[in-house]
Design a protein around this ligand. Structure first.
Ligand code: GLN
Length: 304
């Protein structure tokens, strides 16, 4: 497959969308990012890499980090995790409170904020240094010891965390947070603030594309079956209230973040990371979505 040629053609085809949408501005530090950037990188399981555009520029992973959090939580708690959250698509915004109230503090899935905040609580409770364990995993998966948190972004988000604090309080009220709310949120914002380039993120997601192999990175282990199931959750829950649309247009398991990044995998073949800060109304990257739609259409490869 000539992926490089496909990437060139994608770059031409997304050009008309370049002014559509706007970057997340509810986190002050993200509002300052130059919105007119786009990069993409594909890593194949047989060791090839294809990239184009701003593929080496680090960006804020935001909710993509929830995939790493789930890796750690599943590795530590196994299926007990599902007593504290579901694995159904939410059909609501990533930071919605409504469903959480109706469902008595049990988040629909690990990839909405409420689910990730419960996972942060679990990791704070079980690990002596969760921040260190999380960054170790990210460094190991990406193969880059230089990967780090952006403390400024974490602080900036914590400073305006009205909605996430409300979510955490509702969780605590229903007994689904064990620890101190402020400690748990501090770790949650740190996880969101981690930065990678498309090149580093594609590399980090190769472990999930390799769904027939057990996962063993930085002390966290998953069986091949658990890796397969992580893909299933990415497929059904990776794009908040646009998971159906992503499945329809792209047909790959993936996860997006309000930093404008999307990571996806074609199980058994490749991982791909794309980034462009301008978001649609649901909080997903406009050019990122279109790029992946074109990738699976032009390559005629998807899980369907
Ligand atoms: N840190 C962001 C938040 O909690 C993550 C949201 C996202 O990427 N969808 O609002």
């Amino acid at each position: 497959m000539n992926y490089q040629q496909i990437l060139e053609s994608i770059r031409r085809d997304i050009e008309p969308l370049k002014c559509e949408g706007k970057q997340a501005d509810y986190i002050p530090a993200l509002a300052a990012v130059d919105p007119d950037q786009w990069g993409i990188c594909i890593d194949t399981l047989d060791g090839h890499q294809y990239k184009l555009g701003d593929a080496n520029v680090p960006f804020s992973l935001q909710s993509i980090s929830k995939v790493f959090a789930l890796t750690m939580a599943l590795s530590l708690a196994g299926d007990d995790l599902w007593q504290r959250m579901g694995k159904e698509p939410s059909g609501t915004a990533f930071n919605s409170l409504i469903q959480l109230e109706l469902e008595h503090g049990k988040p629909r899935n690990p990839f909405i904020n409420a689910g990730a905040i419960v996972m942060a609580d679990l990791l704070v409770e079980r690990l002596s240094n969760p921040e260190q364990a999380f960054i170790n995993l990210a460094r190991d998966l990406s193969g880059q010891p230089s990967i780090d948190y952006n403390f400024e972004v974490a602080r900036s988000e914590h400073g305006v965390a009205y909605l996430n604090t409300a979510i955490a309080n509702l969780l605590k009220y229903h007994g689904n947070i064990v620890g101190d709310i402020d400690r748990v949120l501090r770790f949650y914002f740190m996880m969101c603030s981690i930065e990678m380039s498309c090149e580093q993120l594609a590399h980090a997601f190769l472990a999930f594309a390799n769904h027939r192999e057990p996962f063993d990175h930085a002390g966290f282990r998953l069986t091949a079956s658990q890796v397969k199931r992580m893909n299933a959750i990415m497929q059904t829950c990776g794009f908040y209230d646009e998971a159906g649309e992503f499945s329809y247009l792209v047909g790959l398991p993936g996860k997006s973040g309000v930093g404008g990044g999307i990571a996806a995998v074609f199980p058994g073949q490749y991982s791909v990371a794309v980034w462009s800060p301008r978001l649609n109304a649901k909080g997903n990257s406009v050019m990122g979505l279109k790029s992946l739609e074109l990738l699976t259409t032009q390559s005629r490869q998807s899980i369907f």
